[in-house]
Design a protein around this ligand. Structure first.
Ligand code: KG4
Ligand code: ZN
Length: 446
């Protein structure tokens, strides 16, 4: 291994083609994300065939841009890391095949990374970046060089804020303030909350690698999926999370009393696999029933509210005005969307978001208490939500716990988190086998 510990990370598990160069899992030299939002938006969700095609188009320029922005060549690298699952099979295969070819042609080791572990390492990378002493030579972290994670570069100008929706304003979060460096090697409870997952893990640092135990997961939809489906129902854009986040600030979160204790999951799945595209995980019977999540019920409750209050025609005309109609703006803004929402709809949006975040908080903090975890990591696309961050932070402060989030750019899918997660593997020489293939339902931990 060269002395620099440079890893090129490649991520293509869903609808973002991303590449990044990270030094020793602690310093981001570049992070480039090409989003496919524009391709999938008109379908209201990711179309797997289109995703693979877009990855094929983007992978070479994205990797080139990541190397160029880091100021390195392939010869400077020590390893290539790639997401091997979970995710869409065809999408994953594009990244894996390209990473394999690059590694083989340049005599570099290949490291396979679980996407969910990547999300957890997004927070750890931010924490290390806030600690200059985390690099062996004591070099300070150069925030501006080649693009710190909070400045993740968009290759096609579509995604530069990590929030993921066209026309939504980005917000700057100070990593050091968000994640006061934790020097604690004690286990952390990690909530991975994204479009495909709502999973709680106990993450334990080991000298050579991190060890994960699945604490609980969703029985049905992921939280991000609920945000996306409710946004679609209300005639808002894709992905729905950033729209709901922005519009919820203008509504009353207590107007519609959604209660998770009344919204039971429709089916008890016993030992069966979850219905989401999520990772293959332990049967429900092996998990703690107190912290299981379920988001299909609240989605149905919103649908019932819409039907009962005859809000569907209004949602249809909102969709037309913002996205599909002849006069729809090229990149609708929050102000455009606000002009299309009456107070009742804004109250519904705010109440939905309040209820989902309340449920995520209730179970995460109860699990932390039950497992005596004093440190909580919240990561994945939904962790970009402003209200979620504020409420988790307030509750953690009340309980005297430490909570950390990634920067906005590292909350949603990116490759810096993949390169960071690969660093302990490079040190342990834990390399992928030559026959590495995509595992769409790859599980993390036991
Ligand atoms: O981690 P991610 O980029 O991809 C997956 O691994 O799924 O997460 C995408 C999800 C989408 O469901 C999106 O609506 C949600 O994260 N999301 C948000 C916000 N930004 C993205 N949800 C709530 N509030 C946000 N600000
Ligand atoms: Zn993700």
């Amino acid at each position: 291994m060269s002395t620099r510990g440079l890893i090129l990370g490649i991520e293509s598990s869903c609808d973002e083609t991303a590449a990044a160069v990270v030094e020793r899992g602690a310093r981001t030299l570049s992070s480039v994300v090409a989003s496919q939002i524009a391709t999938h938006a008109r379908y209201g969700g990711v179309v797997p065939e289109l995703a693979s095609r877009e990855h094929l188009r983007a992978i070479v320029p994205v990797v080139r841009a990541a190397l160029a922005q880091a100021g390195v060549t392939l010869a400077d690298l020590d390893a290539i890391a790639v997401t091997s699952g979970p995710g869409l099979a065809g999408a994953l295969l594009v990244g894996i095949t390209y990473a394999k070819a690059l590694a083989f042609a340049n005599g570099l080791p290949l490291i396979a990374v679980n996407h969910l572990e990547g999300h957890i390492h997004a927070v750890l990378l931010n924490e290390r970046e806030a600690q200059p002493q985390s690099l062996p030579d004591g070099q300070p972290v150069l925030k501006g060089r080649g693009g710190a994670p909070s400045e993740s570069h968009a290759i096609d100008g579509q995604k530069d804020d990590g929030a993921g929706a066209p026309g939504l304003a980005s917000e700057t979060w100070d990593t050091a303030q968000l994640n006061p460096p934790s020097t604690d090697p004690e286990p952390a409870l990690a909530l991975v909350v994204s479009g495909g997952h709502t999973h709680l893990y106990l993450a334990r640092p080991n000298p050579s690698a991190w060890h994960y135990t699945l604490v609980d997961r969703t029985l049905d939809d992921a939280a991000g999926e609920a945000f996306d489906k409710v946004a679609k129902l209300l005639g808002l854009g894709y992905p729905g999370g950033p729209w709901i986040d922005a519009l919820a600030q203008h509504g009353n979160p207590h107007a519609v009393p959604f209660s998770f204790s009344q919204i039971k999951p429709k089916v008890h799945l016993g030992g069966k696999a979850p219905r989401t595209k999520a990772a293959r995980t332990a049967p429900i019977a092996n998990l703690d029933p107190r912290f299981l999540f379920s988001f299909s019920g609240i989605k149905t409750a919103v649908l019932r509210y819409v039907e009962l209050h005859n809000l569907r025609p209004e949602a249809e005309s909102r969709r037309d005005a913002l996205f599909t109609g002849p006069d729809a703006p090229a990149r609708p803004t929050v102000e455009d969307a606000l002009a299309q929402c009456d107070p009742q709809t804004l109250d519904l949006i705010a109440s939905f978001q309040h209820a989902v975040i309340g449920d995520l908080m209730k179970k995460t903090f109860a699990a932390a208490e039950s497992l005596s975890a004093r440190r909580i990591l919240v990561t994945g696309g939904v962790a970009a939500n402003r209200s979620l961050r504020a409420r988790f932070q307030a509750e953690a402060a009340r309980r005297n716990l430490h909570v950390a989030f990634p920067t906005l750019a590292l909350s949603t899918d990116n490759a810096a988190m993949i390169a960071a997660a690969a660093w302990p593997r490079l040190e342990a020489k834990d390399f992928a086998k030559p026959d590495l293939s995509a595992d769409p339902s790859l599980a993390l931990g036991g």
